[in-house]
Every structure is written in C-alpha cells, then in structure tokens.
Design a protein around this ligand. Structure first.
Ligand code: ZN
Length: 239
C-alpha cells in the first residue's frame, strides 16, 4: 500500500508578491478545498500518530498523512477548524525552544510570523491533533556536530513532552537535511517516524520509518495537481 504524507507549512492569506518563500503559504480557501476533495474521494486525513498502524501494515485503508512544519499560529487559526469540520487529524511539528516565538531561523529570508504559544499547543492537542518534534532550534543537523545533533533530536522530545504532557512520537528534519547518523539518533531517541522533504508516497510495511517521503503542497498546487499528487504515481516518479 502506498500512503501519501502531505507537507504543509503555513495556511494563511498570501503575503505581498515577491516575498521569499511566499509559495509555502497555502490560502485557507485552497486548504479547505483540498481537505474536502480528500473526504469526497473517500480518504481519511490522519496525523502521524493515527497513521502508525497503516504505516506498519497492520491496518489497510484510504489514508493520507497530514503534517505541518514549524508550528505556526495560523495552523491553529486557519487549518484546525477545517480539519475538525472534515473529521481529520494532523501532526504539527514544534520547534521546542521557540514556543511562543517567531520563525527566527528564517530571519531575513521569510516574513516573521508568530509560532504557537503553549496555550495554543494545548488547544491543538485537546482538539485531538498530534504534536511532533522539529528539533529544539530548527537546526540544520548536517551543520551540527554529533553531540549537538543528538541534543536537538532527543531534548526537543523531552522538552515538548514535559511542557505539554503529551507523548511525542514523531520527528521531522529541519530543512529536510539529515544523514544516516541522524536517522539512527532519531530511532535511538524513541521516535516512531521521521519525515523528510524527499518526494514520493510511502510504502507501508514492517520496516523502519525514520526517512519518510512526503508530498509538498504549495500555494501553486491547484486542485487537479493536488489530486494527481495524492491519488496517482505523480510523486513516485521522483523516488
Ligand atoms: Zn521547518
């Protein structure tokens, strides 16, 4: 079984034209149509936590993983109501030392946007949504020494679990950058999955899931392209 795991960042109104990485900000109306289409096609949108039995091959069904990187407040404001309306769950990956802050790691490259506060994360959690880790500081692991990388991977899990009283089982590599050592660290730290920015759908089965492909949904992804990405081999050709 092939499972698409969708990767989103922000769900918000578009910033000014020419703004860097504007393409990663999906309009709330587009997101609403995408979720509606999934539902009409008979797919269930699931968080990484809810996707676990499908990834492990224990359950079969038309499922799509829904993930949001970085933990923007607009995920709570704009995506959560749409997820709930469709009966879907999703995982949002938090940068554990930047809760209540802004996307400082992008400073000068992307407009500064508020990240969820602790209170926001509790609302997200209590709505049945999943919380994953995106390291402590949004570090590029390939530019960190092994000790620092392990700290980013392991301590973020502990910090989030402590702050939110929630078991953090899923990880996402910042910038999609990692090597084999980092994948091993993720496994050793007790995560069940880790998502990357490699394109393609995921093959379910009883193997390791610390290098999962994803499907990027961008501002320019129209509904037809969205359909192709989810339901056909369109993304698999990149594997
Ligand atoms: Zn990120």
């Amino acid at each position: 079984m092939k499972i698409p795991i969708l990767m989103y960042h922000q769900i918000d109104q578009p910033p000014k034209r020419g703004t860097a990485l504007r393409g990663l900000i999906v309009a709330p109306s587009s997101f609403a149509w995408q979720m509606r289409l999934l539902r009409l096609m008979g797919y269930q949108g699931l968080s990484m936590r809810d996707l676990e039995p499908y990834l492990q091959g224990e359950k079969q069904g038309k499922v799509v993983g829904l993930t949001f990187d970085d933990g923007y407040q607009n995920n709570l404001d704009n995506a959560l109501p749409i997820l709930l309306k469709n009966g879907f769950t999703a995982t949002c990956y938090a940068v554990s030392s930047m809760i209540g802050g802004t996307n400082l790691w992008d400073k000068g490259k992307v407009a500064e946007k508020p990240l969820m506060t602790l209170e926001n994360w509790r609302t997200w959690r209590d709505a049945g949504m999943d919380i994953g880790s995106h390291t402590r500081t949004h570090a590029d692991l390939t530019q960190s020494d092994p000790k620092a990388a392990l700290n980013e991977i392991k301590e973020s899990k502990h910090e989030l679990q402590f702050a939110l009283d929630y078991e953090v089982r899923h990880f996402c590599y910042p910038y999609g950058r990692f090597n084999e050592c980092h994948a091993a660290m993720v496994q050793e730290s007790g995560y069940v999955t880790a998502t990357t920015t490699h394109r393609g759908r995921v093959i379910a089965g009883n193997n390791s899931h610390v290098k999962l492909n994803r499907i990027m949904i961008a501002r320019a992804t129209n509904l037809f392209l969205f359909y192709l990405k989810v339901a056909t081999k369109y993304e698999d050709r990149y594997i």
